[in-house]
Design a protein. Structure first.
Length: 79
């Protein structure tokens, strides 16, 4: 994102009530020390694991609802 003719090392998007997205431009990424890069990679993995946890929890809730719905049904035989 270029504002006023100045090249910034990052750009961002922000919409109130939503997320903040921060993007680092390529030259800045190349200057990141290896140790910092390792932390960023580990952080990305942790974020993905957290997202997986949310998805797993949502699936479990759906399974519980489905199981509760099938347990409430009873078969009544009419002669």
């Amino acid at each position: 994102m270029v504002k006023g003719g100045v090249e910034r090392p990052f750009e961002y998007e922000y919409r109130p009530g939503e997320e903040l997205v921060l993007r680092f431009r390529r030259p800045v990424v190349d200057l990141i020390p290896a140790e910092v890069h390792e932390h960023l990679v580990a952080g990305r993995k942790e974020l993905l694991l957290a997202m997986r946890g949310f998805v797993d929890a949502a699936i479990s809730r759906l399974d519980e609802r489905e199981q509760a719905r099938t347990q409430r049904r009873t078969e009544i035989k009419v002669e």
